[in-house]
Structure formats: C-alpha cells, structure tokens
Design a protein around this ligand. Structure first.
Ligand SMILES: Nc1nc2c(ncn2[C@@H]2O[C@H](COP(=O)(O)OP(=O)(O)O)[C@@H](O)[C@H]2O)c(=O)[nH]1
Ligand SMILES: [Mg+2]
Length: 283
C-alpha cells in the first residue's frame, strides 16, 4: 500500500515492465544473516541479480554471500554504507552495459536491502511494484513493529524525520529505512550520495527536491534489533552524526535542535511515526 507520494516535476513517467530487478546489499560483518538474506532476495519476482558489497568485513561475509549465490564485490577497507551502495550500483551498471540495457525502460531497477533481513527479504516484491508501474521513482519500505523491542534509536529517527520534512516537505514514517527500490535515473540523480548512514536521509531529500515521486510501502520485513550495549550505542551515535551531516549539507541544520527537543518534550515530531519506531526499518 502506498502511504504517501510527492513530487512529479522532473520525473519521466513510464512503466518499467521490461526491466529486471537487481538487489544490492551493503554488508559489514554480516556472515550470520547474509546467506539467508541473499537466498530470500533471489526468489523475489523479477530479480535476476543479487550483488553483495562487502565493506571491509572481518568475518566470513564474503564466503557466505557467494555460497548463497550473490555476486560479491569487496571494499578492502571499510568505506561506509553509502559508498557500498554506490559500488553495488556501479556493478549493476556494468552488467546493464554488457547486456545492452541502455534505456530507462530496460535498465535494472535497483532494490537496496539490508543484509540482516534473512528470510523476510523474500517479501520485498511490493516495494518494486510502484516503481515498475511508473508511479514512483523511489519506494521506501515501512516495517511492522519488530518481534523484539529495540534498544531505541528514536532520537536518530526523529532527527532524520524532522530534517527531511524541513528540507523537502516529505513526511517519512521510517526515514532511516534502507529497504528501497529506485529507477536507475533516480539513483543517478541522487549522486553523490550522502555519506555513511546519512544515505537514506539524503536520498529522500534529494529526490523529492528534484521532483521525483517518492512513496512508502508497508512491507512485512524483520531485521536484527540492536540492543542497548556499548556497540549499539556507538552505532547510534555514528548514525546520528551521519544524519546530522546529511542534513547540514542540505541546509536543514535547524532540524537538529528541534529533533532533540522532541526527544524530551514531544515538541515537533509529526504524526504517528514515533510509535512505529520499533519497526525501525534499519539504516
Ligand atoms: N557498507 C556498510 N554497510 C554497513 C556498515 N555497517 C552496517 N552496514 C550494513 O548496513 C545495513 C544496516 O545495518 P544494521 O546494523 O542492520 O543497522 P540498523 O538496521 O539501523 O540497526 C546492514 O546490511 C549492515 O550489514 C558499514 O560500515 N558499511
Ligand atoms: Mg538492521
């Protein structure tokens, strides 16, 4: 179900019925979940290619992803989530060139998924539908409440949501959701991506601002829920810094103090989004 759509200006309307789907999975130290995620992604309707970008993992991510049938591209050192997405999209572009897919109608649609979705990655077809139909240039998955309660990254979610609204007017239910389907043109129009974990915030703002229609779709997905331990806190702090940078680069600096106030007083947060935060949608 499309929850919201915006834009319309620069978007070249048109169905992509002939386009296959390439799944791109940025992954870091994901050996326990990447195999199941890849296997599930491969059975999604229209998917003929799964690319895993291993971003300097220290574990067996590469081996597990390859064994599950993914094309694996490696960063020798950790370069961040956005860089991994750019690398994965470049790998798909090389396949498109080799296969003679040179038009918007025939180029692969890009389906970005996190590496920790495991079996639920098989449920992502509804994310592709609006992009294939030509009603959206980017769709974003809204996840249901997760099975286990998370360690709380509400302040990052609020900062991103508030900033996106200020910068573009788009009300994002789960602004950090990394499960997104894009046309090649939309992806290219958003380059260079906002760095690291700021990538989702930047993508939404940049595409809406350019007039591309963006929609949210409820999808039954489940991912690892991060706890409250030191590593989780560090992850959240890094996420927050990256989101803040993406917003600052887009002139939405005023969002940050507002978002922090919202964390304590409930001040500026929109709609029902806060209550949905357990679903999170990852980063
Ligand atoms: N490329 C890249 N991907 C990362 C990095 N850290 C995490 N990821 C991936 O980003 C996705 C989301 O990370 P996750 O830890 O699940 O974040 P959360 O969903 O916000 O809790 C997963 O596919 C991770 O493997 C990193 O440093 N570089
Ligand atoms: Mg996750």
């Amino acid at each position: 179900m499309a929850l919201q759509a915006s834009g319309g200006g620069a978007f070249e309307d048109g169905a992509r019925s002939a386009a296959p789907v390439a799944v791109v999975i940025p992954a870091h130290d994901e050996e326990r979940r990447i195999g199941a995620t890849v296997r599930a992604a491969r059975v999604v309707d229209g998917v003929d290619l799964v690319v895993v970008v291993d971003d300097g993992s220290r574990d067996g991510t590469v081996r597990a992803a390859a064994a599950a049938g993914a094309v694996v591209v490696r960063h020798g050192r950790n370069r961040g989530k956005a860089a991994a997405m750019e690398t994965g999209a470049a790998a798909v572009a090389a396949v498109d060139a080799r296969e003679g897919r040179r038009t918007p109608e025939t180029a692969h649609l890009l389906l970005f998924l996190d590496g920790d979705l495991e079996e639920s990655a098989a449920n992502t077809a509804p994310l592709v539908d609006p992009v294939r139909a030509g009603t959206a240039a980017m769709s974003i998955a809204v996840l249901p409440p997760q099975k286990r309660a998370g360690g709380g990254h509400g302040f990052v979610v609020r900062a991103a949501r508030d900033g996106i609204r200020r910068a573009s007017g788009f009300i994002a239910t789960q602004p950090l959701s990394g499960q997104r389907c894009l046309t090649r043109e939309a992806f290219d129009a958003a380059l260079p991506l906002a760095a690291g974990f700021g990538v989702e915030t930047g993508l939404t703002i940049d595409l809406v601002r350019q007039g591309y229609p963006v929609c949210e779709v409820e999808v039954d997905l489940h991912h690892r829920v991060t706890g409250k331990d030191w590593a989780a806190q560090r992850h959240r702090a890094k996420q927050y810094a990256h989101v803040a940078r993406a917003l600052a680069e887009r002139g939405a600096v005023g969002a940050l103090p507002g978002a922090l106030r919202a964390g304590t007083s409930g001040g500026t947060v929109e709609g029902d989004g806060v209550s949905r935060e357990p679903g999170g949608g990852g980063s």
